[in-house]
Ligand binder design. Structure first.
Ligand code: DBV
Length: 246
């Protein structure tokens, strides 16, 4: 079984328990994609599956799960709230490559003012701090990505797979549960200036992630550049296209 299957199973079970969930459509040809890489003993089949849901307050809950053997496992799981809520994004990028594990977990903020931090970061800091010893700061990451993370950004590069299966899994569960507490309490925004600011911030975030998707190279090598661009803009980071339809 893949390293991140238990994460996905847990997340979907918890979402079903706590939200009025319905399916989010996955464009045809993107539910499951397979390719074979390497030759001879190095041959591996790499399967990417997609999962999409929504709930009344959450526009898109989606996961991309890449399974390519022991040295290629990825779960990218993001929740995009509806545009009439000031909720942060839930962002998890759980990546295992030949070089090791790379874990990013955060409630990615729409705004950086003190009131927003107090509402959506401060409650997460005790969870974040409780993992600092076992999951230390992972070092360099792109400077331009910094505006998209919160003070509770858990960024770590565990050496041992066992740490992913234990502490990282626990942290993932705690962050997701705390996020769903935020969702429970969220009230719709009605002020038009505030709504406009939320939409702009969501577009900025999604635009950045679509433009700088660190998986673009991997997907293009596996499945070709056309499939990859369509996957990124038509499913993984689709807000711009969805707004054009509204
Ligand atoms: N990352 C994605 C999606 C992925 C994915 C949709 C479906 O946004 C996977 C797959 N992330 C993925 C892979 C790598 C990373 C790395 C395959 C390894 C790339 C490589 O080394 O070849 C957090 N993810 C990373 C890195 C960061 C993140 C900081 C290191 C990449 C680097 O150093 O450039 N999550 C990522 C990120 C944001 C986020 C940048 C920004 C808002 O939420």
């Amino acid at each position: 079984m893949s390293l991140y299957q238990p994460f996905l199973d847990h997340a979907l079970a918890l979402l079903k328990e706590r939200l009025a969930l319905s399916l989010y459509p996955i464009p045809e040809g993107f539910e499951r994609k397979e390719a074979t890489t390497g030759k001879g003993k190095r041959e591996e089949t790499v399967i990417t599956t997609s999962h999409g849901f929504k709930s009344p307050k959450l526009r898109q809950i989606r996961a991309a799960h890449v399974q390519g053997g022991n040295s290629l496992q990825v779960l990218n799981f993001v929740i995009f709230p509806e545009l009439n809520y000031d909720l942060p994004f839930f962002g998890a990028d759980l990546v295992t490559l030949p070089g090791g594990h790379l874990i990013a977990l955060d409630m990615q903020p729409l705004f950086h003012d003190a009131a927003y931090q107090e509402k959506y970061s401060d409650p997460i800091l005790p969870i974040y701090q409780s993992y600092q010893q076992d999951l230390p700061w992972g070092g360099d990451f792109p400077e331009e990505a910094k505006p998209f993370f919160s003070p509770a950004f858990l960024w770590t590069r565990p050496q041992k797979t066992e740490v992913v299966q234990t502490q990282v899994f626990e942290a993932f569960k705690e962050y997701l549960s705390a996020y769903l507490d935020f969702v429970d309490r969220a009230e719709p925004v009605t002020d038009s200036q505030h709504l406009e600011a939320i939409e702009q911030s969501q577009l900025r975030y999604i635009g950045y992630r679509a433009a700088k998707d660190p998986a673009r190279g991997m997907f293009a090598r596996l499945y070709g550049p056309e499939w990859t661009e369509e996957y990124i803009h038509g499913f993984l980071f689709d807000l711009e296209r969805e707004l054009a339809k509204r």
